[in-house]
Design a binder for this molecule. Structure first.
Ligand SMILES: C[S@@+](CC[C@H](N)C(=O)[O-])C[C@H]1O[C@@H](n2cnc3c(N)ncnc32)[C@H](O)[C@@H]1O
Length: 237
């Protein structure tokens, strides 16, 4: 379904992942996040390299299940369970609907990712989710993920990022706006969404991500993909 939420909304409240957003999410994310499809394809590559037999793969903030699907269909390993977690009941319902018919090893949990236990994990993905977690809770979440990962396992984090250099920040913001315009969003929709999401989606710069991975204990972390102001990071235990 096409995302026209902000062409109709004039009651500007903070953005939430409610039923209306869940209905249009697949269209919204593709028209708003530059490189989204490649981001998902990279997750498929990572599961081949870092997945391990007899382990769990966690998709935290799964939304409609695109990441879980990439983990499932690209998985060459044996006896894995995919655990997709989202605290939005509408998203969890859509995720279940999308995955049930395509994967036989996926479990969908409607819960806060801060409250779940992770164990025997070889892959954990936070694809565009960490940015919605309160900044003061991010380090403890990454620490918990590190503890739940097996040696040799990987965490993949994709985020909108900001740049401390003002000119670079402006350049990337302008290109991102052009990306949205090119994908059919009007000036009104772009402005309304920005106002609705600005208190909810809080970006970090790249260094903050690297410092957080290192503080949690990850030996290696790198930015393996970037398209404009969206980046994916790979951290290996
Ligand atoms: C931008 S979407 C993620 C997109 C998805 N990972 C993908 O690859 O298409 C962010 C998701 O995180 C979920 N979320 C945000 N905070 C959460 C939390 N504390 N616990 C669980 N899910 C959360 C939202 O409900 C939403 O579905």
């Amino acid at each position: 379904m096409r995302d026209e939420i902000f062409s109709q909304r004039n009651d500007l409240v903070d953005f939430t992942f409610d039923a209306q957003v869940a209905d249009v999410f697949d269209d919204m994310v593709r028209r708003s996040v530059p490189g989204y499809q490649s981001m998902i394809e990279m997750i498929g590559l990572c599961v081949k390299t870092y997945g391990q037999n007899n382990t769990n793969y966690y998709d935290l903030g799964a939304s409609t299940g695109a990441t879980s699907l990439a983990l499932g269909i690209n998985n060459p390993h044996a006896n894995n369970q995919i655990i997709a977690v989202d605290n939005s009941p509408s998203m969890a319902e859509k995720c279940k609907h999308n995955l049930d018919e395509k994967l036989d090893n996926a479990k969908i949990i409607c819960a806060d990712i801060g409250a779940i236990e992770l164990d025997n994990a070889s892959i954990v993905v936070l694809n565009l989710t960490l940015q919605f977690i309160a900044p003061e809770e991010r380090q403890s979440l990454i620490n918990k993920i590190y503890q739940g990962l097996n040696k040799g396992g990987a965490l993949i984090v994709s985020e909108k990022i900001h740049f401390n250099n003002k000119s670079k920040q402006q350049l990337m913001t302008d290109l991102h706006l052009d990306f949205k315009r090119a994908n059919g969003y009007s000036e009104l929709e772009i402005a309304a969404k920005r106002q609705s999401i600005e208190n909810v989606l809080i970006t970090d710069d790249k260094d903050t991500h690297f410092q957080r991975f290192s503080k949690a204990g990850f030996d290696i972390s790198t930015c393996h993909f970037q398209c404009l102001n969206f980046a994916s990071f790979l951290a290996v235990k």
